[in-house]
Design a protein around this ligand. Structure first.
Ligand SMILES: *Cc1c(COP(=O)(O)O)cnc(C)c1O
Length: 391
């Protein structure tokens, strides 16, 4: 049985004709920049995320970059973030001329640890930290209550890197569930094809509940022009393509069902692995997410995880990858190096001590969790992992 890490083909089949018709309509309209499809998607994503503004942009990376530009982050500034993320999280900081400063992760959720953040902020005697970028890694929100409390205490804006987490939810103190991206000054999404809401190319979105900030981002994504050819600000060409927007509007209608299917697959994996002795023998550690349903029951849990990735920490990772690959089972390391270990950073900052992030980078592995995965496929994946550790 061949099981890819992600199967976009099976997602496409039921939507194919609708997508072709919608793209054809954009082609025939001859409106190829901005236009009604982009505006329509922006309004639907704002509704979906419970924000007042949503601005379509060219990628998740550009969403982060334009948000930092709107905050006027530049040389001499530092931005507090996690070292265990995709490169874009740090790349945008460096492209603004600023430098990253890292806090270690919580080894259970893999998200930035507010306790470690507090220590970094306390040491920032020169007050050079001008923004905080928590990442909602793998589809699970970072600990936003604690992060927003620190941000308030130090009066530093928060940009949520929610590239992997559109639709993930976090409980506010008052018992309401807040959508990822709606808690900081800006939330940044990616529509890269492998994200839960993926286009047929690159795309992204910035959401905000601060309409002044939202309008500034809207201006910056189009070279800072307002009106056309008058530039009070320096922005860039960060516009979202209407062909992507029209496809994303079709897919957005299915997003909740896809999240539900991914969450069910994660529950199934957890149950299948629990039937084995692998956890007891410390061969692997399951991803820890607390489900909304259980959270409501126990009243103390945190997150509505949307499982962009299902991540195990495993013993003998290299051996397991070889074993799975030879059996046609897709898997991937996200990410083999921490950001602070990247060569391009070495000449810019001295190496921080981040043992939990480094341990995660050395031990974690993503398994297929896409919505169309069947129970038989999941059984096969788990059986093959059991066989590996018995061999
Ligand atoms: C995918 C991703 C990005 C960048 O998104 P692109 O659309 O690929 O530019 C940024 N941060 C994280 C955490 C991501 O996973």
């Amino acid at each position: 049985m061949r099981i890819p890490l992600l199967d976009l083909g099976s997602q496409l089949i039921p939507l194919r004709q609708e997508i072709i018709d919608a793209v054809t309509k954009v082609i025939d309209s001859t409106t190829y920049i901005q236009g009604p499809e982009v505006i329509g998607l922006e309004s639907e994503v704002a509704d979906y995320c419970n924000t007042t503004s949503a601005i379509g942009v060219s990628s998740g990376t550009d969403a982060l970059l334009v948000a930092l530009m709107a905050l006027k982050i530049g040389p001499g500034d530092r931005v507090l973030t996690t070292s265990y993320s995709f490169f874009a999280t740090m790349g945008v900081i460096l492209r603004c001329g600023a430098k990253p400063v890292f806090a270690d992760i919580d080894p259970v959720s893999y998200n930035i640890d507010p306790v470690a953040m507090a220590a970094v902020l306390e040491n920032d005697t020169e007050k050079s930290i001008k923004a905080i970028i928590p990442v909602h890694l793998y589809g699970q929100c970072a600990d936003m209550t604690a992060i927003m409390a620190l941000a308030k205490q130090y009066d530093i804006p928060v940009i949520e890197d929610a590239a992997q987490a559109i639709g993930a939810e976090y409980p506010s103190g008052s018992g309401n569930w807040l959508r990822s991206g709606s808690m900081g000054i800006a939330g940044c999404f990616s529509f890269f094809p492998s994200k839960n809401l993926g286009g047929i190319g690159d795309g992204g979105m910035v959401v905000s509940n601060d309409s002044t900030f939202g309008e500034l981002v809207r201006m910056l994504r189009n070279h800072g022009a307002e009106p056309k050819y008058y530039h009070a600000e320096i922005g860039g060409n960060f516009r979202l393509d209407p062909i992507q927007a029209t496809v994303l509007r079709i897919k957005l209608k299915h997003l909740e069902d896809w999240h539900a299917a991914r969450r069910e697959n994660a529950i199934t994996y957890n149950a299948l692995f629990a039937e084995t002795s692998l956890i007891e023998e410390q061969k692997l550690q399951l991803p820890v997410a607390v489900y909304k349903e259980q959270a409501e029951l126990s009243g103390k849990s945190r997150n509505y995880h949307i499982y962009n990735q299902y991540i195990l920490a495993v013993e003998n990772r290299d051996g397991l990858i070889k074993w799975l690959s030879s059996r046609d089972i897709g898997c991937e390391i996200y990410y083999p190096l921490c950001l602070h270990e990247q060569e391009c950073l070495a000449r810019l900052i001295s190496k921080p001590v981040l043992p939990h992030a480094e341990k995660a980078a050395r031990s974690t592995l993503a398994l297929p969790v896409y919505p169309e995965l069947t129970l038989d496929m999941q059984r096969y994946v788990v059986d093959q992992i059991v066989a590996f550790y018995q061999s």
